[in-house]
Design a protein around this ligand. Structure first.
Ligand SMILES: CC(C)(COP(=O)(O)OP(=O)(O)OC[C@H]1O[C@@H](n2cnc3c(N)ncnc32)[C@H](O)[C@@H]1OP(=O)(O)O)[C@@H](O)C(=O)NCCC(=O)NCCS
Length: 168
């Protein structure tokens, strides 16, 4: 590990800060992930469209990456995953669906965890979709409570708030 911006290289996966010219690819990963999640979690077409149009757009990634730390996972020069971090919270965590179950999520998660620890926090928190809960449990998080989604696009749907104590 060198700096906060050049975080980790393991198993030929490089984790580093997203660069501005990588925003379109990160937006593509988000949109593909939302379409994948829509099938897994039974979102309506309108809910999926809302995620793709509002949460996954190039404009949204451009604006939010000015306020949060965006990291990308790169395998053989291809960006195959992304995460966004704000303070001690992982606000986004998505691996391109065609790269699932290759261990990339675990490497990216470890880098995000290290980043939060390096920033001085002793606890990591995130809101998980049901589909992602087994992965986060494997990463050592435990569910602490459930909350409603904070927008009216997903009435009745809940998010699992999960946390992990961090130790040096
Ligand atoms: C959840 C996600 C990030 C996992 O990424 P990944 O690169 O596929 O995960 P890894 O290959 O590193 O998995 C590590 C371990 O986590 C567990 N795991 C990962 N995905 C799992 C799944 N769908 N079901 C059960 N366990 C899972 C397994 O124990 C796995 O080890 P194994 O493959 O040796 O059994 C990925 O599926 C994803 O991007 N999902 C869609 C987006 C999403 O839900 N993001 C979270 C929003 S809160």
């Amino acid at each position: 590990m060198e700096t906060k911006a050049n975080l980790m290289e393991a198993d030929r996966i490089i984790i580093r800060k997203m660069q501005t010219d990588e925003i379109p690819r990160v937006s593509e990963i988000l949109c593909d992930s939302y379409r994948w999640l829509a099938q897994k979690e039974g979102y309506t077409p309108a809910q999926c469209d809302w995620l793709v149009t509002n949460r996954g757009s190039i404009q949204t990634v451009t604006i939010e990456s000015q306020k949060e730390l965006y990291l990308v996972a790169i395998q053989e020069k291809v960006i195959c995953g992304m995460t966004a971090i704000r303070e001690n919270s992982i606000t986004k965590f998505y691996i391109d669906p065609s790269f699932h179950r290759q261990g990339i999520g675990a490497i990216l998660f470890k880098a995000a965890e290290n980043q939060i620890l390096l920033s001085g926090y002793r606890e990591l928190v995130l809101g998980a979709t049901d589909t992602a809960i087994p992965f986060y449990q494997k990463m050592g998080l435990i569910e602490i409570r459930r909350e409603p989604y904070q927008n009216d696009i997903f009435p009745g749907r809940q998010v699992a708030i999960m946390s992990k104590k961090l130790v040096r």
